[in-house]
Write a protein that binds this ligand. Sequence first.
Ligand code: GLN
Length: 486
Amino acid sequence: MTFADLRQKLKRGEVSSKELVQEKLKRINELDPKLNCYLSVTGEYALLQAETIDTKRSAGETLPPLAGIPIGIKDNLCTKGIKTTCASRILGNFIPPYESTVTERLWNSGAVMIGKTNLDEFAMGSSTENSAFGPTLNPWNTNNVPGGSSGGSAAAVASGLCFGALGSDTGGSIRQPASFCGVVGLKPTYGRVSRWGLIAFASSLDQVGPFASSVSDAAELLQVISGKDKLDSTSIDIPVPNYLENLSKSIKGLKIGLIDNCFEHEGLSSSVKESVLKSASVLESLGAEIINISCPRFNDGIATYYLIAPSEASANLARYDGVKYGFRSDKAESLISMTSKSRADGFGSEVKRRILIGTYALSAGYVDAYYKKAQQVRTLIRKDFDNAFQKVDVLLAPTAPTTAFEFGENINNPMAMYLSDLLTIPANLAGLPAISIPCGFDKNGLPIGLQLIGNVFEEDRILQVANQFEIAADVFKNKKKPEYIF
Ligand code: GLN
């Protein structure tokens, strides 16, 4: 059921917002003790929000577009008066005194907050195994990870524990879990969406974006959260197009570039390759022209990202000192040891690894060799994209090299874990919008994601192609859904 269907049902009085919330809370009660999608469920708050909307509806008031629809929020987005942990012990009891702009915009558009979703601590990871509060399970197969870092949001949408969700994407954290959980996930252009109230990881890369079970729902969520925010000077003041307007338009004549070096990568699983190439022929049958494109610097994305992201993280995370926020160790005798003990006990090992790498890469004597060099390579990656967009309208690649891997498979091998972001990271480095949509299944029945990357501020175009693909491919038709899938 899409938001448009839900709106009709609500309007016709077939269901009330309160009933929608109650239905979701019931499902959360049944499934979430196992799946662990939510770090907190805001049931009472959701019921209050829903009742207010129901009252307005009965009074005949015109309601905003998402009125009464329950949405999950990644727990690195600040929600006023509601615990926001970033899945870290260091923020375990943090209650923000302010609301993030994206959530504020959602509530203004009538959406209802059902809970805060699980993630890798500080959004660092690709499997949600780095959460200080236990991993989220993949609803397609609970032996497998849901992807990360926004694994809770992706799994919650896939298992019907909300109708849509917000996540954040620094190197792939919306698209990769969307791909692993068989849902739609979109990372907007850098600057399209405000980060006010998003707990910072790597500030030149972070973007907030939607998860949904259809392209049109993702477009609706993006519509609501996009646009200039005076509280975030990196948000850009250009008009927000109507993201629903182009969805139904034909893609005939559109040029779609297949990034060939992505398909040649040794780590790419054969089922992913096959399914994504098959999807390209679906797009071709819709009248798009498929063109092979080479982005030779694409493969340097991982090395570049794993200098830039930890460097920025090491600076951003300096604020957690046991004084201003959250956890404070009571084992210390001095101010200095209070800070170091709070950080030692408050942060998990992946976060510490990133702080160490980042501090090293930024230190005098190394900053030119590492951080500056990485920024230069980043410019070359952007140039590859600029050249590609001279020839094509949209780029196509797999979202992730594999389908969801098993718990424990990569957790002790950071290099293997980092490689799962191989295909998503370049869009973050270049600041481009990109979407992941389900395109098929592997032999074990796990979903595969197709990634479409657009030129800056061309979210409308990737949404259009994604929507046309979704209709034509109809990948869930005849698919037997496992127990936890909605
Ligand atoms: N998995 C990547 C990392 O660990 C990306 C995370 C993200 O996008 N937040 O950094």
